[in-house]
Write a protein that binds this ligand. Structure first.
Ligand SMILES: *Cc1c(COP(=O)(O)O)cnc(C)c1O
Length: 431
């Protein structure tokens, strides 16, 4: 199984953290997101213990919550001792409502609105990661009006091109995110911040992409960022407190995904950081990383009921499910790969070539094309694996489909953490 929270029981049913998927479907219906709390907590602890080991605890993982955002995940993350990253006023609101302390929140985004910035400053968010001069000036103007000082860092483009899908690459020059290092834009922003009264610059941040399966781009980014730290000290006499190296650690979607254990990333990058700081006789800044996908991705699966099976000779076999792009748009967006199987007959041979189709009125509404699953019949349970990240958080009500419920499972027990939307929910804001 591609995630260690998944097993198959003696009846041939897929089991997640001790819960039989056939029983979950009987109890909660489909489509259904299922998340393993055990798996999420295990990954959090692996990152935390890596920080102990490699940085003597001087640093912290930050959960990038756009991967999966709801009150319960913020509670779990805070309990585990991670900090939280948000990228919108809505995520910030949810995190605060769930009880995340404001000083543990990092607010990212390439175009925070004046309202969002005001909300963050009012709530004393610990780290507003400023992306551009527009935001910097908004914060200063806000301070002049309210007298409140914002604690900030800068998002920097280190110019690293991580080999991943074009849409999820963010560290290169042609990116909408961050201040450019090479052209001097980032240096200019630092200088400007020093003359401002209502911003206090604490650190720098970079994020080079997502679903990255190599260590080198992370090492390279850390080195480039540290060189900039050294330059700031030399030219401006500024020593910054923290360096946030971003997220993007790859997870297993399909068997051939060759993932690197998180401990390996941490150790390799830490070694480079220690070496470089020692050479420059510079104190090691507090290090942050910002994993999203790798904390929740493999912890989640989605369960569906198979409806129509349409076999088109010499063309393909469409296996239609009661979900689709409205609750998992990732294949439609960027041909994301997934492992699919029948949850109620997981031990049968996977020898049926299927195209898994959603129920939306779009030909492109597919979950996977030409993938091998067990021979399906209407009424079977189809499971799609590694859907914990960027599924629920990307869901919509397209075609006025209600969003599925999300159930959290742990040691054989299950509980609803997000209830299923109803038709009444769909018209709640209609006048
Ligand atoms: C999306 C994002 C992350 C998390 O990326 P993952 O690939 O989910 O680990 C971290 N930092 C920033 C700034 C992001 O935008």
């Amino acid at each position: 199984m591609i995630s260690d929270c998944l097993t198959i029981n003696s009846q041939g049913h897929l089991v997640i953290s001790g819960c039989d998927t056939v029983e979950l479907v009987r109890e909660y219906g489909t489509p259904l997101y299922v998340m393993s709390e055990d798996k999420i907590r295990q990954v959090c602890r692996r990152y935390l213990s890596s920080f102990q080991k490699n940085y003597d605890g001087y640093g912290c993982p930050i959960y990038a919550s756009k991967a999966f955002s709801c009150k319960e995940i913020y509670r779990i993350i805070a309990q585990e001792g991670l900090e939280t990253e948000v990228v919108s006023g809505g995520e910030l609101y949810t995190a605060l409502l769930a009880g995340v302390p404001a000083e543990k929140i990092h607010f990212q985004g390439n175009n925070k609105t004046p309202d969002e910035l005001q909300f963050a400053v009012e709530k004393n968010v610990g780290d507003i990661v400023v992306d551009n001069f527009y935001e910097l000036e908004l914060l200063e103007a806000l301070g002049e009006r309210t007298g409140k000082k914002a604690s900030i860092s800068f998002r920097v483009k280190p110019g690293i091109d991580a080999h991943t899908h074009e849409f999820i690459r963010t560290g290169q020059i042609d990116s909408k995110f961050g201040l450019d290092l090479q052209s001097g834009e980032a240096l200019e922003a630092v200088k400007k911040s020093q003359s401002m009264k209502f911003v206090s610059l604490k650190g720098l941040h970079c994020h080079i992409g997502s679903q990255i399966m190599e260590k080198e781009p992370f090492v390279h980014a850390a080195q480039v960022m540290l060189d900039f730290f050294f330059r700031l000290k030399k030219e401006l006499g500024i020593t910054l407190e923290h360096l946030n190296l971003g997220g993007g650690f790859g997870i297993k979607y399909i068997e051939k995904d060759d993932t690197i254990p998180y401990e390996d990333y941490m150790e390799t990058v830490s070694r480079a950081v220690h070496k470089k700081c020692a050479e420059a006789d510079y104190p090691i800044p507090k290090i942050y990383i910002e994993p999203g996908r790798s904390i929740v991705g493999e912890a989640g699966i989605t369960l569906y009921t198979v409806g129509a099976v349409k076999e088109i000779p010499q063309v393909r076999n469409y296996v239609s499910i009661d979900g689709g792009m409205f609750e998992n748009p990732r294949y439609a967006l960027y041909q994301a790969e997934y492992t699919c199987l029948l949850g109620n007959r997981a031990n049968d041979p996977a020898d049926y070539l299927a195209t898994i189709a959603g129920k939306c009125c779009e030909s492109g509404d597919l979950i996977q094309e030409n993938t091998l699953i067990q021979k399906p019949q209407s009424g079977d349970i189809l499971a799609v694996l590694s859907t914990g990240a960027y599924n629920y958080s990307m869901a919509s009500n397209y075609n006025r489909n209600p969003r599925p419920a999300c159930v959290m499972v742990s040691k054989g027990k299950s509980r609803v953490i997000i209830r299923r939307e109803t038709y009444e929910d769909l018209v709640l804001n209609d006048l």
